[in-house]
Design a protein around this ligand. Structure first.
Ligand SMILES: CC(=O)N[C@H]1[C@@H](OP(=O)(O)OP(=O)(O)OC[C@H]2O[C@@H](n3ccc(=O)[nH]c3=O)[C@H](O)[C@@H]2O)O[C@H](CO)[C@@H](O)[C@@H]1O
Ligand SMILES: C=C(OP(=O)(O)O)C(=O)O
Length: 509
């Protein structure tokens, strides 16, 4: 009976594929799988999850097998299991989105290697496609090829996709070189409270870009007689604002100096990419960047973004809360040194391999083995700072880690209006997390985790923290509506399962 069902589904898929005029290889490419896997599916020789059927339906745009793909995805977690073995860190969401925006600077073909297949990247691709940029996944869905058209159709911009991400704000820097007047929708993303765009406007004004915000959109107008005559001092050392200034400077033919620049990982990746485009950038890794831009850029480039320090931190936290021995491979150590120093003080037993280079030839990586440890609360509060401080996106993971440690930990998340509040969701899983004010929580450990059924907090990192606590909690937990997690992590459930977790994805039909 079960096999009969697989054969019937396989036939439906084959019919839908042929109706679309696609070969098995084309469908395989769209799904990021192999032609032989598609062949097995179509012959009914492969067990196929509802998730995969839904993805095929989406790829083929076929009602027959769509099965409610647009319904929210949920996770069912059987917790209390140890993790073991090794897991690779994927490339970072934040570098990938910046690099995708940067492809707009180049008239030539850009190939980005091992791009994270995450919702945030998909949204930016939808926006790029809507304005005429051709993108396709190549090499079994690992790499991404991007070819901009001679003329962008900015009026056709997919505003729905654009509104779902804040990263679209980084279209301002490159688009000012391609149009005198354009608009982009207000940037969205996680619900973290108000996030300013003013520093972006102030930085880009030096290049003649004036932006007015009206009725849900930023209206941009470029005055090409304006040029940066003195160093641009950013009013905040933010990551995307630094990237926007870099993107504007890259096509300004002359030297631009950016002060109070972020030197965080995604900014460094963008600088390395700009160098590949022929743009000289001095001061990479410091807070003063000097960019020697080019009026036109037309070259075929190939770049490998580096690994995600925040994903690495998430996996370290997964090992800690489940008391597991786990090897996390390809950890960009420069961007986790403070986190590890704090964890070492808390008593974390871990071992580091020799360092090696990421595929970009620049970022330092190593493999990190984390062992079960009896942690104690840190003496000082945990608080983030722009790089080289403790990474802003890594702070939430310390809530789960602190909950496993003996004693009280104060976490001061000054950066976002709402984020610390979401950490109190951990109380539903048995943790003692007290909200002292909107930015500070006090976590008392150790915790006897218990399972729960709950909605995903509407913010990426707190959502993953809740998932990690579910991994630690005996029994079955349910986390509903995990779009925010998929925004920043590729197949997290499947990858955690590969190291011993038991997580099932399901959807409302
Ligand atoms: C696509 C991308 O790369 N996103 C990252 C980027 O977003 P992005 O660069 O967009 O971050 P924001 O500009 O929203 O900055 C985050 C918050 O920090 C405040 N702030 C920032 C710097 C500073 O010197 N002073 C200051 O007060 C901002 O006002 C804001 O409230 O940086 C954030 C902070 O590292 C990360 O959480 C995001 O994952
Ligand atoms: C807040 C985050 O990202 P974004 O800037 O994409 O909202 C994050 O990565 O935790």
């Amino acid at each position: 009976m079960a096999e009969d069902y697989l054969v019937r589904i396989g036939k439906l898929i084959r019919d839908a594929r042929q109706h679309r005029g696609w070969t098995q290889s084309q469908l395989a490419e769209a799904l990021g799988t192999s032609q032989s896997a598609v062949n097995r599916i179509e012959r009914g020789n492969q067990n196929i999850s509802l998730e995969m059927i839904a993805r095929i339906g989406e790829a083929l745009d076929s009602e027959i097998v769509s099965l409610g793909y647009s319904g929210p995805m949920h996770l069912r977690v059987v917790g209390g299991r140890s993790l073991s073995g090794g897991i690779d860190v994927k490339t970072s969401k934040n570098a990938c989105v910046a690099l995708l925006c940067a492809t707009l600077l180049n008239a030539g073909r850009t190939t980005l290697r091992r791009v994270a297949r995450i919702e945030e990247v998909f949204r930016i691709l939808e926006v790029l496609n809507s304005i005429g940029v051709r993108t396709r996944w190549i090499n079994d869905g690992n790499d991404l090829e991007v070819v901009p058209p001679a003329h962008l159709n900015l009026d056709a911009m997919d505003t729905e996709a654009a509104r779902r991400t804040r990263s679209v704000i980084m279209f301002l820097g490159p688009l000012m070189h391609r149009a005198n007047r354009f608009k982009i929708p207000y940037a969205g993303g996680c619900d973290l409270g108000t996030r300013t765009v003013h520093p972006h406007m102030a930085a880009l004004r030096h290049f003649g870009l004036e932006v007015t915000a009206t009725t849900g959109s930023y209206h941009a107008e470029v005055d090409r007689s304006t040029a940066p005559r003195r160093p641009i001092v950013l009013t905040e050392r933010g990551d995307t604002v630094t990237e926007n200034a870099l993107l504007a400077a890259a096509r300004y033919p002359g030297a631009s100096v950016i002060r109070n620049a972020s030197s965080n990982y995604m900014v460094q990746d963008l600088c390395f990419f700009l160098e590949q485009l022929g743009v000289k950038v001095e001061g990479i890794g410091t807070t003063t960047l000097t960019v020697h831009g080019l009026a036109t850029i037309d070259c075929d480039v190939d770049y490998s973004p580096s690994e995600d320090p925040v994903e690495a931190m998430s996996l370290i936290a997964a090992a800690v809360v489940t008391s597991s021995e786990l090897t996390i491979r390809r950890v960009p150590i420069e961007f986790l040194e403070i986190e590890l120093a704090v964890l070492e003080e808390m008593g974390l037993d871990h071992e580091r391999s020799a360092e090696y280079r990421a595929d970009n030839g620049r970022t330092r990586l190593l493999d990190l083995t984390v062992r079960p440890s009896k942690l104690k609360a840190p003496l000082d509060k945990i608080h983030p700072m722009p790089f080289p401080g403790l990474n802003i996106d890594n702070v939430p993971f310390f809530a789960a880690i602190a909950a496993t440690a003996q004693g009280s930990t104060l976490i001061h998340d000054w950066v976002y209006d709402n984020r610390a509040i979401y950490l109190t969701e951990l109380t539903r899983l048995g943790a003692a997390v007290q909200l002292l004010d909107p930015h500070r929580v006090l976590v008392d450990g150790p915790t006897r985790w218990r399972s729960a059924e709950m909605m995903c907090p509407p913010a990426l990192r707190p959502a993953v923290v809740v998932l990690l606590a579910m991994l630690a909690a005996e029994g079955t937990s349910v986390l509903r509506n995990v779009y925010v997690i998929n925004r920043g992590y590729e197949e997290l459930a499947e990858r955690l399962n590969s190291i011993g977790a038991q997580i099932e994805t399901f959807r409302d039909i």
